[in-house]
Design a protein around this ligand. Structure first.
Ligand code: IPD
Ligand code: CA
Ligand code: CA
Length: 261
């Protein structure tokens, strides 16, 4: 199953790469000005689902573009065909394909492929995390002030209730630097391989994080909600770090939290 996820992520990722700069149709999702979808997102998702369905016709699927397929199966494939759509529409080569597989509610494998750098991040539950087949580990940085961290902003930033900008400015004051790449799946992959020491974001969806969170955990990192409590991929506010700076970020996030969380 991991091999199928990998083969499919590679194929979809190459399809994205071939089509950068060739977008014909850009639509807005949920009536949100900033939330874009192109025909390439949709075609990539169809390609992924078709390929997996050929092998596993009775599995369930949750895809960003086609929603929940609601099959009765213990297996559910969770797919973000193009994570980083805004970058993609601007010709900025920071985007990837993310595929995860859930079994009885637990994510058991994930594959994230970035066709621009030809980097493939993979993990299987209890079997470690890999970048292009070499084992990866989170960083050893244990002070937030020495940490390079990353975040993202939700499309509904102007009405989102979770103080994303406040958190950004609070963390910025307490760490070495903050980045914003525009692909949550790559943000998480980079935490897993030690390029970043931590990542947080409000209002993510399961498809943005399913593969990435498993990859971080299998690389020795920690994944919780903003309060530092155990979380799952259906909880929108995400904190994933190398583990060592986790409590320090939780303390900073607390300052920006209103009761709502
Ligand atoms: C988005 C990216 C971005 C994050 C947004 C996501 P999409 O996914 O992961 O980094 O900040 O919250 O929605 O729309 O490009 O698949
Ligand atoms: Ca996404
Ligand atoms: Ca997407």
């Amino acid at each position: 199953m991991l091999q199928l996820a990998v083969d499919t992520a590679l194929e979809a990722g190459r399809f994205l790469k071939m089509n950068i700069g060739k977008i014909k149709q850009i639509e807005h999702k949920h009536g949100e000005e900033r939330n874009l979808v192109t025909e390439i997102d949709k075609k990539a998702e169809q390609l992924i689902i078709d390929k997996i369905k050929k092998r596993y016709p009775h599995h369930d699927f949750l895809g960003e573009e086609s929603g929940s397929h609601k099959a009765v199966s213990d297996y559910k494939w969770i797919i973000d065909p193009l994570d980083g759509t805004t970058n993609f529409t601007h010709g900025l080569r920071i985007f990837c394909t993310s595929i995860a597989l859930e079994y009885k509610g637990d994510v058991i494998l994930g594959a994230i492929y970035d066709p621009s750098s030809d980097e493939l991040f993979t993990a299987e539950k209890n079997k470690g995390a890999y970048l292009n087949n070499r084992k990866i580990q989170v960083s050893q940085t244990n002070r937030l002030m020495e940490s390079l961290v990353v975040t993202g902003f939700p499309y509904d930033i102007s009405v989102n209730p979770y103080n994303a900008v406040q958190h950004f400015s609070n963390v910025l004051m307490e760490c070495q630097a903050v980045r914003r790449l525009g692909s949550a799946a790559l943000d998480l992959s980079y935490v897993a391989c030690g390029r970043f020491d931590g990542f947080w974001e409000v209002t993510l969806n399961a498809w943005d994080m399913a593969a990435g969170v498993l990859i971080v955990q299998e690389a020795g990192g920690k994944f919780t909600n903003f309060k530092g409590f155990p979380s799952d991929i259906y909880t929108p506010n995400v904190l994933a770090t190398n583990g060592l700076i986790h409590n320090q970020i939780v303390e900073v996030l607390k300052k920006g939290m209103k009761e709502k969380m």
